[in-house]
Design a binder for this molecule. Structure first.
Ligand SMILES: [Fe+2]
Length: 143
């Protein structure tokens, strides 16, 4: 569980920066909408970043603290800056949020199996939020 929590923490760190890339570089008619939506998502990932690190501390474990370690530990990949269309942003978010949700579900199941409700309830909330985000992104993908 500790390894997966640190992997999740690393993904949250990478996501926070990656979301800023999309927030700054999205272009097109839906700029304002996606600029604001990505801001709401990086506010969430940054809050979760601290929450997950503190969860590790409460378990007597050490959260990773270095950017180098986050880059090594994350499965979410950074991307170069460019002008992103709204469709590209939605596509990138769908894929990354699905990956975050899969790992969150793995952590939730492990925690539930170990009767570790402090972790499982937090990850249930993350999964609820991911389900809503994925619904939004699917709705945005309809042409
Ligand atoms: Fe901003």
């Amino acid at each position: 569980m500790k390894d997966n929590l640190n992997k999740f923490l690393s993904n949250l760190a990478v996501m926070t920066f990656k979301l800023h890339n999309l927030h700054w570089n999205v272009v097109g008619m839906n700029f304002v909408q996606l600029h604001e939506y990505t801001e709401s998502l990086y506010d969430q990932t940054f809050k979760q970043f601290d929450e997950v690190a503190e969860m590790l501390k409460m378990r007597g474990e050490s959260p990773l603290v270095k950017l180098d370690d986050y880059k090594k530990g994350a499965t979410i990949k950074e991307i170069e800056a460019k002008a992103f269309t709204a469709a590209e942003v939605v596509g990138i978010l769908k894929s990354d949020i699905s990956e975050m949700a899969a790992l969150a579900d793995e952590i939730r199941k492990d925690a539930a199996g170990a009767d570790d409700f402090k972790v499982s309830t937090v990850f249930e909330d993350y999964l609820k939020s991911y389900a809503k985000t994925l619904w939004f992104l699917d709705a945005m993908s309809v042409k």
